[in-house]
Design a protein around this ligand. Structure first.
Ligand code: HEC
Ligand code: HEC
Length: 298
């Protein structure tokens, strides 16, 4: 009997050691993956310098999420610090940062493809949300960022707990460069109007968290205290049933609250409240047309 117990004990120890080795291997693979070079063929854009283009860029910068991670002034900002080994700070992207030397191609690679100037994949930046930006909008955005007052310092901070690095190595968390279909041609401009077609364009900024099919679920790589993203489709457990008309939906975007007054977590309301009436109402028109999916199928 004792012999069996002892053997059993050795068995458990072996399993634990194997488990630890598997985690260590996955962490190592993840760290290597972050060093890989990603090559994507891109064509350049001509950053806007005219007042109208720069103003459009300012609007996009405010309303599409850049502010949440890079700050209103572009000097960078810590936006996750969970006190448990996860700390993330978006870098300074003003002309006082390394972006001052970016070529047009490097701008296109980071914003649309999630590839940093040194050819490595960005880990946090949700470039999948920005891949569908039209050339015009991308040119406006870059044109605006170049007009920001130069600030110094403020480099990226990406400190990740071991399990996130392991999940990344094991392929359960993918970076934007892995998620993006780099072969797609840039989206063609459509007229901004309150319709589903334009709403679909705006809704690209929701897919990093709600998934390409907008059915929500756990946000891969998010801190443990983040609730799952809501299902925005009419599928089972969908949240859009709460918003019986466009105005109710738009006041949620502006207030950060559900119709019953409760607060919605995680959503980047600092940006969402900046969406103009056309973009906000078009989003609603689009969300009414998306096919139903069960929650969490991303
Ligand atoms: C969720 C946070 C987040 C959002 C939203 C975001 N970024 Fe980033 N961005 C980052 C982080 C973090 C990095 C550093 C690279 C990485 O992801 O590991 C980065 C890198 C960059 C870089 C490269 C700078 C460098 O020195 O590496 C540029 C340029 C940039 N972002 C511009 C933008 C613009 C423009 C937008 C809006 C369209 C935007 N970002 C939206 C978090 C974000
Ligand atoms: C940074 C991640 C993130 C982004 C970007 C994001 N969401 Fe969310 N969203 C969430 C999370 C997480 C929840 C669940 C919040 C909760 O349960 O408190 C949520 C909830 C919702 C809800 C349900 C609100 C309710 O009544 O409970 C709606 C509707 C919604 N999001 C729409 C959008 C739209 C539209 C966009 C893009 C314009 C968007 N979200 C962008 C993370 C995000």
């Amino acid at each position: 009997m004792q012999r069996w117990l002892k053997r059993g004990g050795i068995g458990v120890a072996v399993l634990l050691a194997l488990g630890a080795a598997a985690v260590a291997l996955a962490v190592w693979q993840g760290d290597r993956k972050r060093e890989r070079q990603v090559t994507v063929a891109v064509h350049g854009i001509t950053p806007a310098t005219d007042a109208k283009g720069v103003a459009r860029g300012h609007y996009l910068y405010r309303s599409r999420g850049c502010v949440d991670c890079h700050g209103v002034d572009g000097a960078g900002r810590e936006f996750i610090n969970d006190g448990n080994g996860m700390r993330i700070r978006g870098p300074n992207i003003t002309p006082g940062s390394p972006t001052a030397k970016y070529s047009e191609l490097q701008w296109v690679r980071i914003v649309r493809h999630g590839v940093k100037a040194d050819g490595r994949a960005a880990f946090i930046m949700p470039s999948e949300d920005y891949n569908r930006l039209t050339d015009q909008d991308l040119a406006a955005l870059v044109g605006y960022v170049r007009t920001l007052a130069p600030r110094s310092g403020g480099a990226t901070v990406v400190e990740l707990p071991l399990h996130i690095r392991a999940l990344y190595g094991a392929g359960m968390i993918r970076d934007a460069a892995e998620k993006i279909d780099h072969s797609l041609a840039p989206a063609l401009p459509i007229t901004a109007a309150v319709n589903a077609e334009h709403g679909a364009y705006v809704a690209n900024m929701c897919i990093g968290c709600h998934g390409p099919g907008l059915s929500g679920g756990t946000i891969p790589g998010g801190p443990p205290d983040w609730p799952p993203a809501a299902n925005l489709t009419p599928g089972k457990g969908g949240s859009m049933t709460r918003y019986t008309d466009s105005n109710a939906f738009v006041s949620m975007l502006r207030s950060g609250k559900r119709p019953d007054g409760s607060n919605i977590k995680v959503m980047p309301f600092e940006s969402l409240r900046e969406l103009d009436d056309t973009d906000a109402h078009a989003l609603y028109a689009y969300l009414k047309t998306v096919p139903a999916r069960p929650e969490g199928q991303r």
